[in-house]
Design a protein around this ligand. Structure first.
Ligand SMILES: Nc1nc2c(c(=O)[nH]1)N[C@H]1C(S)=C(S)[C@@H](COP(=O)(O)OP(=O)(O)OC[C@H]3O[C@@H](n4cnc5c(=O)[nH]c(N)nc54)[C@H](O)[C@@H]3O)O[C@H]1N2
Ligand SMILES: Nc1nc2c(c(=O)[nH]1)N[C@H]1C(S)=C(S)[C@@H](COP(=O)(O)OP(=O)(O)OC[C@H]3O[C@@H](n4cnc5c(=O)[nH]c(N)nc54)[C@H](O)[C@@H]3O)O[C@H]1N2
Ligand code: SF4
Ligand SMILES: [Mo]
Length: 688
């Protein structure tokens, strides 16, 4: 048996270092690498089950569709035939419709820099394909945070053990960022108090010391309410604000409009609870805010994140080690994007499609129409909002769809050509994190299964068949990794590819405090409490709370528990967060994890259930104008009246009517950043 090392490739903040046991060229066990100073050998149960993912239902050869579109019948072909067919079709489409009739679709299947965003971007730039705006995960919140601080950098997680107050705001850390939860647990042993602010009593809410259950999309009002109390009681850090803030006086006026009784009406919390939270936050030092992605998957998610991000500036929490906020730390990993993606290969500007609106892009009239879709690192038939429209698009007879996948996902079933993809254990890659500050390298641990190929190899084959002779289309993984870190930033830190290959992971040395707060990358250079960038989009220059929809406008007149039967066809807010046992839709095909997750269900408050004659365990229908879902009801107090929750992202066939949670979600865009608004979804629920 051999011990080898790797890195978890999944779209998860923790980016764990892995220790892999290999016997006769086969992976028999995946565990954590105990030598990694932060992930310390601890990994989640999803990745411990990896051998099943590698050797389970894998796609091993290229295949061509034989039966009708979406019918799932395919026949093995050679790589030569597959690449010939793709490039022949693309040449025809380019001459008939133009290069923008081809569109890539990808997201976070692997977070490895090389197989996520390098050779693919080069190829599609060279072709002049329609560009994809990759907004599905965190676009709104990242921009919201950056409005305040100019970039995606926050507290170094290693420092958060010093915090005495830790607030998990819109993040289910126990399930989605487990090492941050472990660090919080260590801080708790030293006397820290842990709080969660969420819309349902999830695992994290049960584990924290105090849980604040609020109505979906009301976070901005809560942040303003906290600011109101801090300013009313003179608890702000005047010195910090004087030195480092811009637009604070205008913000003060805005916060004045949010007294506790008004905020209570919007959030569903009591006045007393809001007062308590604000005082605790202002008076405990160091205080650390971990801002999640859940709260920003709303129509008002960007501005709400901006409002929350301003709280540590108000109290000066950044001045204490471990104090401040963390939304994303991807800013600690600047990469040489020009070398990686080669935007210079693009001959003329191309249109951009927002990935959240895939269904629209495929179904609405556009010039040129999208005639070919190349999917990799993503499973849009399950993960994209407005699922029925996405499926309608994928079902188009005239759409030529290529899916490069490890397993026959719901998207792969709609392909004309399926290509087999390697897993991260079968290819090399460079890994950065959006939470911790270690850069990592992983060599392959085993040989590719069957005829599977890494993303970059396939893009090289296509480039070659299209007669693209630019040198960059011959780069190897190691060439690309060298180019990625070819920046003064890495040289100054003494971090080179050669060193990384030898050491596997290197910690980036960062300052104690993440920012020089008067030299920020904002227009004023300071922390911005108002922003011209926002007024340019037609929104208020000073962040304000905007209700997510008409339903909320109604509620703003005062939250009344008995008022759930509203004058609307779809009075319930439907929230579909990730599943503990899956990673987005990945692992939802793995038998052992599916067995642990048991089955999809909908959490509904007893009051809403009773009003509809629904009992615990009943099969119910959840629907709105976009679609419907048949699912089991769980009647519980873990959600407020007016809110229903169903953890996703099961594959479609695991639901009684073959539609997943995204059949209900809107493909609208967030207030800023063009992000997805999965959780601003309104539904009605009926007993079947
Ligand atoms: N086990 C597991 N881990 C994962 C993933 C997974 O699928 N499974 N996915 C990975 C990815 S890609 C991401 S982006 C992250 C996401 O992980 P998180 O950042 O934790 O975000 P979510 O789980 O989407 O939502 C967190 C919580 O926000 C709540 N929420 C919804 N609306 C609101 C609101 O208006 N206000 C507040 N305060 N809370 C709200 C949801 O109920 C949920 O409990 O996790 C990553 N890690
Ligand atoms: N309703 C609802 N919808 C959501 C969310 C939600 O909370 N609720 N979360 C949203 C979020 S935050 C995100 S980030 C998105 C995630 O959406 P996706 O990025 O599409 O994530 P996955 O479902 O993990 O699908 C990734 C696919 O890539 C494949 N893959 C993995 N590695 C490779 C590789 O090296 N090469 C190739 N070619 N393929 C590979 C995997 O097998 C998998 O099928 O989903 C979003 N959708
Ligand atoms: S999914 Fe997240 S927690 Fe699990 S091994 Fe990967 S990085 Fe670690
Ligand atoms: Mo995500």
């Amino acid at each position: 048996m051999k011990i080898k090392y790797s890195v978890c490739p999944h779209d998860c903040p923790d980016t764990c270092a892995l220790k892999v046991e290999v016997e006769d060229g086969k992976i028999v066990k995946v565990a954590g690498d105990p030598l990694h100073p932060l992930t310390k050998g601890v990994i989640c149960e999803k990745v411990r089950a990896y051998p099943e993912r590698i050797y389970g239902n894998r796609i091993l050869y290229p295949m061509r569709r034989t039966g009708k579109k979406g019918g799932g019948e395919f026949k093995r072909i050679s790589w030569n035939d597959a690449i010939d067919e793709i490039t022949k079709r693309w040449r025809e489409l380019i001459s008939k419709y133009g290069s923008e009739s081809i569109m890539p679709y990808s997201y976070g299947g692997t977070e490895g820099v090389i197989n996520k965003a390098s050779m693919d971007r080069r190829l599609f730039n060279k072709i002049g394909a329609t560009a994809l705006d990759r907004t599905i995960c965190s676009a709104a919140g990242s921009l919201g945070y950056q409005l305040a601080y100019g970039e995606s950098k926050g507290v170094n997680p290693l420092d958060t053990v010093n915090a005495k107050l830790i607030i998990f705001w819109g993040i289910n850390a126990l399930e989605t960022n487990m090492h941050q939860a472990l660090l919080a647990e260590a801080a708790r042993k030293e006397g820290a108090k842990i709080i969660a602010i969420d819309v349902h009593r999830n695992k994290t809410a049960k584990w924290v010391d105090d849980f604040y259950m609020i109505l979906p999309g009301s976070d901005g009002a809560l942040a303003l309410g906290i600011a109101h109390i801090i300013l009313r009681d003179n608890l702000e850090n005047k010195e910090f604000l004087k030195k480092y803030s811009f637009g604070f006086d205008e913000f003060r006026k805005k916060a004045h409009e949010y007294p506790p009784d008004k905020v209570a009406g919007i959030t569903g919390l009591s006045k007393e609870r809001i007062e308590h939270l604000a005082k605790l936050y202002a008076e405990t030092k160091p205080s650390f805010l971990r801002i999640g992605n859940g709260l920003q998957h709303h129509k008002n998610g960007g501005i709400n994140t901006w409002l929350i991000s301003l709280l540590p500036a108000l109290t000066g929490a950044w001045s204490d080690k471990g104090g401040g906020a963390l939304k994303s730390n991807s800013g600690y990993f600047p990469l040489n994007e020009e070398a990686l993606k080669r935007p210079d290969l693009l001959k003329k500007p191309v249109r951009t499609v927002n990935m959240v609106q895939l269904g629209k892009a495929l179904c609405e009239v556009s010039n040129p129409p999208i005639m070919s879709l190349y999917v990799y690192n993503s499973n849009p038939a399950v993960v994209a909002p407005n699922q029925n429209l996405v499926i309608k698009g994928l079902a188009r007879e005239d759409l030529f769809t290529v899916v490069h996948e490890q397993t026959t996902t719901d998207t792969a079933k709609w392909a004309d050509i399926i290509l087999p993809a390697t897993t991260s254990f079968e290819h090399a890659d460079l890994y950065v994190s959006y939470w911790h500050t270690f850069i990592q390298w992983a060599d392959p641990v085993i040989q590719p299964l069957g005829e599977a190929k890494p993303n970059i190899e396939v893009f090289k084959l296509i480039a070659n068949a299209l007669d693209f002779n630019d040198e960059c289309f011959s780069d190897t993984e190691e060439d690309i990794a060298r180019q990625a870190v070819d920046l003064p930033y890495w040289k100054e830190k003494g971090i080179t590819f050669e060193r990384l290959k030898k050491e596997r992971f290197i910690k980036i040395e960062t300052e104690d405090y993440p920012f020089e707060f008067d030299k920020l990358n904002t227009s004023s250079g300071k922390i911005e409490f108002k922003s011209k960038k926002v007024s340019a989009c037609g929104l208020s220059e000073v962040p304000q709370y905007n209700p997510i929809n008409e339903y909320y406008d109604f509620r703003n007149t005062g939250f009344n528990k008995n008022n759930t039967a509203l004058n609307t066809n779809y009075p319930l807010i439907f929230v579909s967060p990730p599943n503990h046992f899956f990673l987005n839709s990945s692992f939802a095909g793995a038998t052992s994890l599916k067995a642990k997750a048991i089955e999809p269900f909908l959490e509904i408050n007893p009051e809403d259930a009773e009003a509809r004659g629904i009992n615990d365990g009943d099969l119910i229908r959840v629907e709105n104008e976009r679609g419907g879902l048949s699912i089991k009801a769980k009647v519980v107090n873990s959600v407020l009246p007016g809110v229903v929750v169903s953890a996703g992202l099961w594959w479609k066939d695991d639901y009684a009517n073959g539609s997943g949670v995204n059949a209900l979600t809107p493909d609208d865009l967030s207030d800023i950043g063009g992000g997805a608004v999965f959780f601003s979804s309104l539904v009605e629920v009926k007993k079947i």
